[in-house]
Design a protein around this ligand. Structure first.
Ligand code: SIN
Length: 525
């Protein structure tokens, strides 16, 4: 059974994972960066369109701080917000631009072009056309690949964290603090389970979008890291705060393609089925650039009142002020594929799950409550986003905390003698050598996603949440039996992770009866 020791393991290859790996490697540590996808480019980061916040020209650290706090509905962690506001300039210019080589869009005079998104009081968002995430991801993966201290391990799915309390053969370790010593991983291609041991493990597995029927997230966003950390008894927080993006492209067959908020930042206006610009009625001050949760609920309401499956986003009216095709080439092309010409007609849009504000609780260095375990990016909860994330702060948080956690993770000296008491992975003797039935997985996912969308979605009620908790409990018991019954696959691991995180979200949401930010609770009239 393959067993490997290294200094640091990073799970996940988006902006926070790559940054943490590069930051640790800079201190001359050996890092294994693993990802369940065959292509390490595949992550939530890759699909980010709008951009990354920094402190722009006429901007200040304090203004950014205030905007983030205001969007967060009063429950942001001020210390964490201070960290990202303070470090924004250095992390973006010093690391991302100067060291990693990310090219952001410039004006004709060579200065950077700052775009604007909802609830920002300044233009402060750097972008690469409308494909910011793709540019960042490409450059980061290139730096990771050329770094001699980092071994990239694609096609490996993390199964469970290894801890002294869960996995050591030495029963006396129960009397000491629980310690994370690494992770069991499945080689997706061979089915072999490997034991990876390390002084520090960093979770950077991204969000939970695929737990919902409608999402802007790619298929890999199944809450894996949060679920693993929860099972290993690390604390999770703010799990009820799920952010829905107001404008996902609407097509009859369904798509996860996002229509960036930057389209509204550049003058796009939301229209209902009857062609009315409705945002003024909901937010006279901010109109179409109101905070995300407000716009999402306004759309939800308009769709209900006009009995429509979607609303429209019109940027065509602004074609005299901006070159739409040049500013939004990705959106232009994708819409054209769906036979929508955004230069002459409005784009059909609908809300979808977009970002998870909760996750594994961390401090200002990315440390979780489980020693030896770190978390960064969307899988973590630093408290920066509170109940509602301000646009384009997610890439910044992943970057800043990736740098910090990578550095912090090189410090602890775990006693490697603990490693010898860790047993390798064993299947329970009851496991049957049966073929996995993909239809079982598919049906379980369908149940999970519709329950989350209808009962733990944009508008929540006590009755819906009570139903969700009970249905998810039943589903959990079925999925656990299925999980234990036969050999592991990536799909089964994801399903088990998904149901555990779904239950956490539903339970947190049910316990919190107060509407704040993205957690909106009401009773139907
Ligand atoms: C967008 O481009 O609208 C997404 C930006 C974000 O999620 O912060």
């Amino acid at each position: 059974m393959p067993r490997k020791k290294t200094d640091i393991i990073v799970i996940g290859s988006g902006i926070s994972g790559c940054t943490a790996a590069l930051s640790a490697a800079r201190c001359n540590k050996q890092v294994i960066l693993l990802t369940k996808t065959a292509d390490p480019m595949e992550s939530n980061t890759r699909y980010a369109q709008g951009g990354i916040v920094t402190v722009g020209g006429e901007d200040t650290e304090d203004l950014l701080y205030r905007d983030i706090i205001r969007a967060g509905g009063g429950i942001c962690n001020p210390e964490a917000v201070r960290i990202v506001s303070r470090e924004a300039r250095r992390a973006v210019y010093g690391f991302l631009i100067d060291e990693v080589g990310v090219a952001f869009t410039k004006r004709d005079d060579g200065s950077y072009h700052f775009t604007r998104e909802a609830a920002h009081s300044r233009r402060r968002i750097l972008h690469h056309l409308d494909m910011t995430g793709l540019e960042i991801q490409r450059k980061l993966i290139a730096r990771v690949k050329e770094n001699g201290n980092i071994s990239l391990l694609p096609n490996h799915t993390a199964i469970d964290l290894i801890t002294t309390h869960h996995n050591s053969k030495n029963p006396l370790l129960k009397y000491k603090k629980n310690l994370c010593l690494g992770v069991f991983v499945l080689d997706n291609r061979t089915g072999e389970v490997k034991t990876l041991l390390a002084d520090a493990t960093v979770i950077a597995t991204g969000g939970v979008g695929r737990l919902y029927q409608h999402t802007t997230n790619p298929e890999c966003a199944t809450g894996d890291g949060i679920s693993m950390a929860y099972r290993a008894w690390a604390e999770v927080a703010n799990m009820e705060y799920v952010q829905f993006h107001p404008t996902k492209l609407y097509t009859e067959e369904g798509t996860s393609f996002l229509i960036s908020e930057a389209v509204r930042g550049e003058g796009g206006i939301l229209l209902n089925k009857n062609g009315d610009a409705f945002m003024e009625r909901y937010s006279p001050q901010w109109k179409d650039l109101a905070p995300r949760d407000e716009v999402t609920r306004a759309i939800y309401n308009e769709m209900a009142e006009t009995e429509s499956t979607h609303v429209y986003l019109d940027i065509a009216h602004n074609k005299k002020s901006i070159s739409i095709r040049e500013r939004f080439p990705g959106i232009y092309e994708e819409c054209r594929r769906h036979k929508i010409d955004i230069e002459t007609e409005p784009i059909p849009v609908v809300p979808g799950e977009h970002y998870f504000c909760g996750g594994i609780l961390i401090d200002g260095f990315g440390r979780t409550t489980l020693r030896g375990l770190y978390a960064v990016g969307e899988a973590s909860c630093s408290g920066v986003h509170g109940a509602n994330r301000l646009a384009s702060v997610s890439l910044l948080e992943g970057l800043v905390f990736g740098l910090k956690a990578g550095k912090a993770a090189v410090r602890p000296k775990i006693n490697r003698l603990y490693f010898k008491d860790i047993a390798d992975w064993e299947y329970p003797t009851s496991v049957k050598n049966t073929e996995n039935d993909p239809l079982l997985t598919l049906q379980d996912w369908n149940n999970l996603k519709t329950t989350m969308w209808n009962y733990v979605g944009i508008i929540r009620t006590e009755t819906r949440l009570t139903r969700a908790v009970s249905e998810l409990r039943n589903l959990y018991s079925r999925i656990t039996d299925y999980y234990r019954d036969s050999y592991l696959t990536r799909a089964k691991i994801e399903l088990r992770n998904g149901i555990i995180v779904a239950q956490c979200i539903a339970q947190f949401a049910k316990r919190n009866r107060k509407t704040i930010g993205s957690h909106y609770v009401t009773e139907p009239e």
